[in-house]
Ligand binder design. Structure first.
Ligand code: FAD
Length: 392
């Protein structure tokens, strides 16, 4: 088999990149380790920055998202017995769209199927060869046979645990990591959201987040210890703890119901530098992870896709391969800003076992950033997403 771009992984990064390249006539093959059902079963992100929304439109896959996504002009921070709305629209002129990652993936899979472009599910033992200075090749097992895919470039879109980052020469890669001493316990339920917009809650018992996927489907999160076991969290225990952390007026109108998904995710900040090794490009979670406070993971994957798509267009269609040299530096500039914001939101809103001094500093930060126009604007412009840098 032969193609221009071999894409490893059919998560949102791989599918969106494949769709954009396909539309401008750049051949690509996607290799995915799991089945489509498995990929669709993962409940993850739900808040899309305007940059992501625009890229979905450019990719021609926005019809359902535009019809069903919920446009949010603001969100609320609740702490120390008070509530502050961050009016993103008034502060930045921009909004975000609430539309689940599962739906994004669904729409991209449908578009891939309709285009007829190749996507091989259950491709296992993927190995990357000769991408540093030769003609790249990808070998893998599929339908009981060992196969080879010759290509010009490899896009490593295979997430944090994928093979792409592991294949980079270990003496040329530098990892930066911060692991947090808590996780998020998430619950999905078919009950109406407690309010129309998201509420981020700091409480001495721990952080809580009221989020949603639609007018009838809610997603709630609780900060929890990493020692917790999901089977010890009955729905009743979850609702009782959530109510204890929410402002009283919010708790009073919370509509509870049976959950149909519950999971615990650890929180981590991680960046691998650089994001390019010869003709291998790391994209999305393969190169970086953020804690979910601030809703940046999926959105960062999208800005990497934007940058690689434009650099590959330059290289493949306009005879400008030098644009690929800019991929890593352009991505990392934005990645580190999103890492900073996600780390900062996590520090601002979670309960830490810190000393009394650290707790007062956290309270002062909450007060300061929410009581000045400058502070609120800083939060809003990061939340709606910093602009994408053109690849020129
Ligand atoms: P992934 O979605 O991880 O996709 C990678 C794909 O590659 C997978 O389909 C995988 O099966 C495949 N793959 C892996 N290894 C191989 C291999 N060797 N060969 C072939 N294929 C392979 N972000 C937010 O913005 N907001 C949130 O609220 C949020 N919540 C999250 C909750 C959880 C539990 C997790 C884990 C993440 C969450 N994120 C959130 C982050 C967001 O989901 C990710 O940033 C996003 O999925 C990144 O997309 P990706 O395509 O880069 O990677």
């Amino acid at each position: 088999m032969k193609t221009q771009v071999a894409i490893i992984g059919a998560g949102p990064s791989g599918l969106l990149l494949g769709q954009l390249l396909q539309r401008c006539g750049i051949d690509n093959v996607i290799l995915e380790r799991h089945t489509p059902d498995y990929v669709l079963s993962r409940v993850r992100a739900g808040v899309l920055e305007y940059g992501f929304v625009n890229l979905m439109r450019e990719a021609g896959v926005s019809a359902r998202m535009d019809a069903e996504g919920l446009e949010h002009d603001g969100f609320t921070l609740a702490f120390q017995g008070r509530r502050q709305r961050v009016d993103m629209m008034a502060l930045t002129g921009k909004s975000v769209l609430v539309y689940g990652q599962t739906e994004v993936t669904h729409d991209l899979m449908d578009a891939r199927r309709a285009s007829g472009a190749p996507i091989l599910y259950e491709a296992t033992d993927v190995q990357l060869h000769d991408f540093l200075d030769g003609k790249p090749r990808v070998t893998f097992m599929h339908e009981g046979q060992r196969k080879t895919l010759d290509c010009d470039y490899i896009a490593g879109c295979d997430g944090f645990h994928g093979v792409s980052r592991q294949s980079a020469p270990q003496d040329r890669i530098r990892n930066f990591e911060r692991v947090y001493p808590f996780g998020w316990l998430g619950l999905l339920t078919d009950t109406p959201p407690v309010e129309d917009e998201l509420i981020y809650v700091h409480n001495p018992r721990g952080f809580a987040l009221c989020s949603m996927r639609s007018h009838t489907r809610s997603r709630y999160y609780l900060q929890c210890s990493l020692a917790e076991h999901i089977e010890e969290w009955s729905d009743d225990r979850f609702w009782t703890e959530l109510s204890a952390r929410l402002p009283e007026d919010v708790a009073a109108k919370l509509q509870t119901g049976p959950s149909f998904e519950k999971s615990i995710a650890p929180l981590r900040s991680f960046v691998a530098e650089p994001m390019r090794f010869g003709k291998l490009f790391l994209v999305g979670d393969a190169a970086h992870i953020v804690p979910p406070t601030g809703a940046k993971g999926l959105n960062l994957a999208s800005s990497d896709v934007y940058t690689l798509y434009h650099a590959l267009r330059g290289a493949c269609l306009d005879n400008r391969p030098e644009l690929l040299d800019r991929y890593s530096e352009i991505c990392l500039r934005r990645v580190w800003k999103a890492e900073r914001f996600s780390w900062w939101m996590t520090s601002l809103l979670h309960a830490f076992d810190g000393d009394a001094f650290s707790q007062r500093i956290q309270q002062a930060e909450q007060d300061y950033y929410t009581s000045t126009q400058a502070g609120l604007t800083t939060i809003a412009e990061n939340y709606v997403g910093l602009p994408y840098e053109p690849v020129v």
